[in-house]
Design a binder for this molecule. Structure first.
Ligand SMILES: Nc1ncnc2c1ncn2[C@@H]1O[C@H](COP(=O)(O)OP(=O)(O)OP(=O)(O)O)[C@@H](O)[C@H]1O
Ligand SMILES: [Mg+2]
Length: 452
């Protein structure tokens, strides 16, 4: 069992440190963030068991932290720290998924008991979740959803190679789930107790990237005030995930190749070789064989990386997975945002299945989250879908006009009667009841507006 890891976010630095110390004394590992931005940054980099956050931070609201933490990992427990005056917002936060709140100044003994209970509860539910996932493998693998043959084949490969230490290259368009696949492979390996260290190679210039990857000695370059270990070292006994690998400069590629061959790394500015014990998973949305062709990617490195290559097809090539993903995200976001059940009308669902989804699963996920947050009806109809989305569905009929201010009462009445009749499949008795008018009046209006 590794020790639980906790993120403490509080712009009152003293308070944050006292809290962290109290928890470290009972065996927890703690990270402290003294601003909301720093907190969110940690949240995207690490997986926490518990997040303890002040409700009022100067830059970002505690509720926002709660939302991000839960979106990142629904099983994380979030505890809010609040001043006496803000107890109502804390209660609201609990309705939105926070585990509990404590009033300032916090009683450290109470805090420790709360944390202990939360960890126990969480271990139980995570066990259940693991079991559930294992049983539900027919439809997915480690949080990855897909029942199409293409996805099933990917899950099979993953199950086969996860326990080994083989280098893996994951390719696919943006938003197809490359990082999710990499994390699932890590979680399915013996390295799961070790760290999963992601690094985006596109976001940095060559020099900076090398010092991130390999580390550097004090004084190795201007600004290197302290010696620092690189990501290869931090990923010891775990997995290093090199994202956007196709964007790595050629010089750095050469160094990476040498490391993979020698299994040793050299910090920038040092002559010592440090042995590494890391599994490498790379990802890119570029076509690496084309990059090789164009002289932008080293062929020898390409061969070295693609010992196993997992190509994730774009969502539009596996449309049968879309209903399953919709269902999954509806459930997830209803739970996360404490919303009541939402369903899609057959027409709306069909539209979503037929869209080209250039942003793949990420885009679909965002659309569903928006619908869950903004829908006022329990059923999402075609016309409730975001218009910019429908605009991209070439084969789709123009969306019907919808009720809105600026319309005459007569047009509104016509539209409403028409829609109600549509909904009742032409049944006039039912439509009259829904509209709260007599059947005779309805007949008259149908004739008047020529609604047949
Ligand atoms: N098969 C899937 N089942 C469930 N969720 C998925 C699946 N594929 C992707 N997702 C979700 O879609 C989002 C994008 O996934 P991810 O970040 O892994 O994509 P990516 O391929 O790394 O994208 P990029 O190239 O833009 O970095 C995440 O929220 C992820 O959880
Ligand atoms: Mg990614």
């Amino acid at each position: 069992m590794t020790s639980p890891i906790i993120l403490v976010i509080d712009d009152d630095k003293n308070h944050a440190e006292i809290t962290a110390e109290a928890l470290e004394r009972v065996g927890c590992r703690c990270h402290v963030a003294t601003s909301g931005t720093e907190g969110l940054d940690w949240l995207t980099r690490e997986r926490y068991d518990i997040v303890i956050t002040d409700l009022k931070i100067y830059d970002i609201d505690g509720m926002e932290i709660l939302r991000h933490a839960k979106a990142q990992d629904p099983s994380v427990e979030v505890v809010l720290i609040t001043g006496h005056a803000c107890v109502t917002s804390a209660v609201e936060a609990m309705q939105k998924g926070a585990a509990n709140y404590l009033e300032k100044p916090i009683n450290l003994e109470n805090l420790r008991t709360l944390v202990k209970n939360l960890l126990e509860k969480q271990a139980l539910s995570r066990d259940n979740l693991d079991l559930h996932r294992a049983l539900d493998k027919r439809y997915g693998f480690e949080g990855l959803i897909g029942e199409t043959a293409a996805m099933q084949r990917i899950f099979d490969i993953m199950a086969q190679i996860a326990p080994t230490s083989a280098t893996v290259l994951v390719t696919g368009e943006s938003g197809t789930g490359k990082e999710l696949v990499a994390r699932a492979i890590h979680n399915g390996s013996r390295r799961r107790e070790g760290p999963f260290v992601p690094l985006n190679c596109a976001a940095m210039s060559g020099g900076l990237l090398e010092s991130e990857l390999f580390g550097h000695e004090k004084g190795a370059f201007t600004g290197a005030y302290r010696k620092r270990e690189g990501r290869f070292e931090s990923a010891t006994r775990g997995t290093l995930f090199l994202d956007e690998l196709g964007d790595m400069p050629l010089d750095t590629q050469a160094k990476l190749l040498r490391i993979l061959e020698e299994q040793k790394v050299q910090r920038v500015g040092s002559n010592d070789l440090i042995s590494i014990d890391v599994r490498l998973i790379g990802a890119t949305n570029r076509n690496l064989s084309e990059e090789v062709e164009a002289g932008r990617f080293r062929e020898d490195l390409y061969f070295r990386l693609r010992v196993v290559e997992i190509q994730i097809p774009p969502l539009r090539d596996r449309k049968q997975d879309i209903p399953l993903l919709i269902k999954h995200y509806l459930e997830e976001f209803q739970l996360l945002h404490g919303k009541s059940e939402l369903t899609l009308s057959p027409a709306a669902q069909k539209c979503l299945v037929e869209l080209p989804w250039p942003g793949n699963v990420r885009e679909l996920r965002n659309v569903i989250e928006n619908l869950v947050l903004l829908s006022t009806n329990p059923t999402v109809e075609l016309e409730h879908l975001p218009s910019e989305l429908i605009g991209s569905a070439v084969a789709l009929p123009r969306s019907a006009p919808s009720l809105s201010a600026g319309m005459s009462l007569r047009d509104a009445e016509k539209l409403l009667i028409g829609k109600t009749l549509e909904q009742t499949g032409g049944n006039r008795d039912q439509a009259a009841t829904i509209l709260g008018i007599g059947v005779r009046t309805l007949y008259r209006k149908i004739k008047e507006y020529d609604l047949r």
